[in-house]
Write a protein that binds this ligand. Sequence first.
Ligand SMILES: [Zn+2]
Ligand SMILES: [Zn+2]
Length: 343
Amino acid sequence: MRFPTVLIASLLAFAPTAGAQRWFRGNTHAHSLNSDGDVPVDAVVRWYREHGYHFTFITEHEYFTDVAPLNALFAGANRFLVIAGQEVTQRIADSAHTGGVRQAHVNALGTSRLVPTIGEKNIAKGMTIAQTYARNGAAIRAAGGLLQVNHPNFIWSVPLADMMDLPDSTLFEVWNGHPIVYNQGGTDSTGQEMLSTEGRWDSVLSRGKLLFGVGDDDSHSYKPEDAENPDMARPGRAWIWVRADTLSAEAILRALHRGDFYASTGVTLKELKADPTQYALEITPAGDRRYLTEFIGQGGKVLARSTTLRSAYRIVGGEGYVRARITDSSGRMAWTQPVRMQR
Ligand SMILES: [Zn+2]
Ligand SMILES: [Zn+2]
């Protein structure tokens, strides 16, 4: 069947590349004693290496980690890798907001040097959050890295409008494992609503922008005695699976930039494929869990549902964008990246 009216604009997403592709599991947000985590950075790296991950970024607040010595100790070809980064702990002055500041944190992924925040004590004055995203994003790109927008609902900080001008292919945390970043959003006693992170994603996508959703830990607390404490920012709560032909910083960053990955809190995919006619995926089953796959388009509308392990949404045109969300019978999830339609 000919399909003349719909093009997939994000041609980079799921574009075939040469060489055998593999899935690599990783974390894009981790802290150690070098900022406000509770173990030395080598213990952070060891935790991820010993818990089924292929890579982790180290993203300290205002501290750039030289990952070469860590890789000398812990890396293995196509088995494990540490990638440099940083959390740029930007805030903006806003006397109308709780504590007089709003939080505009972003991660720098794959940078080669420290990216300074704007303003004294990380507080930008007379700027909007959107303006700090633009300035910090440019500084991160200049340092060779990718921009990831972090936890917009932390201290109910980021107005939705401030996310509307983010450049295409920006990463953002659709699921951050920290207990007080409020992925689900909420409404205050005066009726003011902050959308869930996923609701924000659909709002931005519905304006024709292309953001990629990341799952990560924002891990701070690694001690074994805290393993079962839901109020601590533990590792292992959310991650990404990235498709690349080799486990190198360059290959992982390229795949992140083209959106060739998905976010997960426990659901694993065997296959994921989008072309101009369909958006298809296959779930790797775990035990007797049951799965619901929802294909989502413009306005967050559920276009189709499936309860089989293999499912495909046939693109008809006019969807605006198509992405998928998979939920299992215990509430674990996966979010795949949107492809954008163009008439
Ligand atoms: Zn943060
Ligand atoms: Zn953090």
